[in-house]
Design a protein around this ligand. Structure first.
Ligand code: DOR
Ligand code: ZN
Length: 365
């Protein structure tokens, strides 16, 4: 008999959903697995105000069938121009959990990001005061710093000093990729946490260059050495509540990935929970998946844990080569689809039954 696992419905605390036709094509994958997701604000133009976040949230909900229980939680894009009044407004807004700090130029759509931490200190002090969460893309952007060292240098030069200066600030180091990041979170208080993606847990930088350059394994922060991957695996499966699930699933049109200058971002939402099940199973730690996927994030964000459940079943299924994006102009096939992780390969677990979204039987059969 296939092994099964019943857990509290999970949440994804780091998700890119985009807008327009890509949003419509992507969001159902997350809604079929997760009850809540923290939706990243790096649209063009970015989501910088509580008012715009409310509109964006409605755009997301409009793409879902009636009765979907998916609950998007919003975060606002921190810029040099974020005022303390904007922070106060965010703190009073329903569905807004915090602000996302993108160092300017660090990643996809980060041009409007923060140019110097000193410029945003008043906003960060106001956030600390209001208990809002700062989600951090933790990489320096200095061209002189090796791309594989940018997380460690950011922690050293920016994040650790910030946390010393504002010890009350609630901070998440997003998509931790190094043992340095793991150590930073482990040594922090209970106001410091880290999210871990499936792709950084599954792969290392060798996979990016396996028999050629593989654009669908390219993300930021970039995949690191195997020893860092092992450190992430240890943290995810340790039962330490400071580490929880955030996929960083990020759809890009195929032609924008398979390009002379391909975009950063890996789409995992089609199999996200299933991939984490594979990871925890591989570590003989399936009994720790529920805490990581369904409890610790809710606790950190101070929202109730979900009350419904999902059932995972060991079952190998093949991931499609691509998913269509209906409604794209131009008719170029490379710009009318996106490529998921493991395209054409198998995933070893599936969701057998989910109450997420009131969908009853088999979201993924
Ligand atoms: O790989 C990434 N893709 N990293 C990010 O920080 C942003 C994301 C995206 O928006 O595509
Ligand atoms: Zn992200």
């Amino acid at each position: 008999m296939a092994r099964t696992l019943r857990i509290t419905a999970p949440d994804d605390w780091h998700l890119h959903l985009r807008d327009g036709s890509l949003l419509a094509a992507a969001v159902g994958h997350s809604a079929a697995r997760f009850r809540r997701a923290l939706v990243m604000p790096n649209l063009v133009p970015p989501v910088t105000t509580a008012g715009r976040a409310a509109e964006y949230r409605n755009e997301i909900l409009a793409c879902l069938p009636p009765g979907s229980g998916f609950d998007p939680v919003m975060t606002l894009y921190l810029t040099d121009n974020t005022t303390t009044a904007m922070v106060a407004e965010a703190a009073g807004a329903p569905h807004v959990a915090g602000f996302k700090l993108y160092p300017a130029g660090a990643t996809t759509h980060s041009d409007n990001g923060v140019t110097s931490i000193h410029r945003v200190m008043p906003a960060l002090e106001a956030m600390a005061d209001k208990g809002l969460v700062l989600q951090v893309h933790g990489e320096v952007t200095d061209d002189h710093v090796d791309v594989f060292d940018r997380e460690a240098v950011f922690i050293d030069q920016v994040l650790a000093p910030l946390c010393r200066e504002l010890p009350e600030l609630r901070v998440i180091l997003e998509h931790v990729t190094t043992s340095d990041g793991i150590g930073f979170v482990q040594s922090g208080g209970d106001n410091i946490a880290g999210t871990l993606t499936a792709h950084h847990l599954l792969y290392c930088r060798n996979d990016l260059f396996r028999s050629g350059i593989r654009p669908h394994y390219y993300c930021l922060p970039v995949l690191k050495r195997r020893r860092h991957q092992e450190s992430l695996l240890g943290a995810a499966t340790s039962g330490n509540p400071s580490f929880f699930l955030g996929t960083d699933s990020a759809p890009h049109l195929r032609g924008q990935k398979e390009s002379a200058c391909g975009c950063a971002g890996i789409f995992t939402a089609h199999a996200a929970l299933e991939l984490y099940a594979e990871i925890f199973d591989g570590m003989n730690a399936l009994d720790r998946l529920e805490g990581f996927a369904s409890h610790f994030g809710a606790d950190f964000y101070r929202v109730p844990r979900n009350t419904d459940e999902v059932i995972l079943e060991e079952f190998a299924w093949e991931v499609p080569a691509s998913y269509p994006v209906p409604g794209q102009p131009g008719g170029d096939p490379a710009l009318s689809e996106f490529v998921p992780l493991r395209a054409g390969e198998t995933v070893g677990w599936r969701i057998r039954r989910t109450d997420v979204g009131d969908s009853g039987e088999a979201a993924v059969d």
